[in-house]
Write a protein that binds this ligand. Structure first.
Ligand code: NAG
Ligand code: NAG
Ligand code: NAG
Ligand code: NAG
Ligand code: NAG
Ligand code: NAG
Length: 336
């Protein structure tokens, strides 16, 4: 009778058995995710100043992306000045926890430091880019799992393939190929990625990227993976996410969820948190279902430090307590 009631209770909760745990009884997402990585965007401001944040960072994640610490304005503020201090802190932290690092990023439209502007000729910009990529890749040699070489190049409107940004203005269709080639020449080890947003569904933008990627592959340009950012809105996980990941994987590429968060865009209440958990689960399940999907990274850790200050977007709340989304991620990584 007891067994029956227990079973019934579990069925009513909609699961076959209790939430999966690690051997010591705690739920550790980095363990449940293996062999995939579970990652977070890390921010040095909090990593070394809020113990509760640090505690989550060091126990739950197996890969970190520096939120801003490796972007041009930080790393290369003036033509011959490089600043690797904040990026190094994240790399050292990750290594001390046996976690990997996803470099982020080498080419992006903005922000850029003021000295990288349209007054540079294509030749000057090319020289600056090559110097940037060589110096960054050389500095982090042997320490990066992957590098987002290209960030957010694809146009949001179907009347153009690329966004109108300094790289495409100066280099035209060669812009991506240039960055990817320089990165591979500088260091053959890290996986080289193109990363973008609003490409999660099969839509005009992801179709556009798909054609670009096929053409890069045909031309023999080095490219190892596609990052799907997944800054999503409550209740709006694209139903064809898995199918879309799979079609890129079928081009012999890794795929990764790189910046996942789910914006409530409304009041935080039990209903919203339940839907958010469902959404997180759907995204993680899509990754787990695709053999070449190597990681799920959330963009931040707890709601108080998200780049979206009032969206309650992450799996941990402002008190660093796990939300329903946290348990949903655990289930999805465990195949439930
Ligand atoms: C860290 O968590 C503990 C226990 O939940 C809490 O008492 C403390 O105030 C938190 N510290 C900060 C800086 O939020
Ligand atoms: C960390 O996050 C805060 C708040 O969003 C932001 O102001 C700061 O620039 C971030 N620091 C880095 C190094 O990304
Ligand atoms: C634009 O770039 C050039 C070359 O790096 C630099 O000399 C100039 O100061 C920059 N302009 C602005 C407004 O920063
Ligand atoms: C594409 O359309 C958008 C508006 O939908 C417009 O702002 C932009 O200038 C157009 N770009 C091109 C290259 O025609
Ligand atoms: C793609 O673009 C076309 C032409 O602008 C438009 O009619 C169509 O609705 C778009 N499709 C999607 C899936 O957005
Ligand atoms: C709870 O959140 C949902 C989703 O944001 C919203 O539609 C609903 O109105 C909220 N309920 C209350 C009682 O605030």
């Amino acid at each position: 009778m007891f067994v029956f009631l227990l079973g019934l209770a579990l069925i009513l909760r909609g699961e076959a058995s209790p939430t999966p745990t690690s051997t010591d009884g705690r739920i550790i997402l980095r363990d449940l995710a293996a062999p995939r990585f579970f990652g977070a965007a890390a921010n040095t401001t909090f990593l070394f100043n809020d113990q509760n944040y640090t505690r989550l960072a060091e126990t739950q994640f197996s890969i970190f992306t520096p939120e801003r610490e490796m972007k041009w304005p930080t790393v290369h503020p003036f033509p011959n000045v490089f600043n690797f201090t904040p990026g190094d802190e994240i790399v050292k932290f990750a290594e001390s926890r046996g976690a990997r690092v996803r470099g982020h990023n080498l080419m992006w439209g903005s922000p850029l430091p003021p000295w990288v502007n349209d007054s540079l000729s294509a030749t000057e910009l090319d020289r600056a880019l090559k110097n940037h990529i060589n110096t960054v890749m050389d500095h982090y040699r042997g320490r990066l799992y992957a590098m987002d070489v290209i960030n957010e190049f694809i146009s949001d409107t179907p009347n153009a393939t690329f966004k109108d940004i300094i790289w495409t203005r100066k280099f035209g269709e060669e812009a991506m190929a240039k960055g990817l080639t320089y990165a591979r020449q500088a260091d053959p080890e890290p996986k080289l990625y193109i990363n973008d947003y609003d490409i999660e569904a099969i839509n005009n933008k992801s179709n556009s990227l798909f054609e670009v990627v096929k053409s890069l592959k045909k031309d023999g340009i080095p490219l190892d993976g596609i990052g799907f950012q997944c800054h999503l809105t409550l209740g709006q996980v694209p139903p064809d996410l898995q199918e879309n990941l799979q079609r890129f994987a079928d081009l012999d590429l890794d795929v990764a969820i790189t910046e996942l968060d789910i914006n409530l865009r409304g009041p935080a209440n039990e209903t919203a948190y339940a839907q958010q958990a469902k959404d997180y689960k759907e995204v993680v399940r899509a990754c787990v279902a695709v053999k070449r999907c190597v990681s799920v990274t959330v963009w931040g850790i707890s709601d108080d430090y998200s780049w979206i200050p009032d969206g309650e977007v992450l799996p941990w709340d402002r008190e660093k307590q796990p939300k329903p989304a946290f348990f949903a991620i655990a289930e999805a990584f465990s195949g439930r």
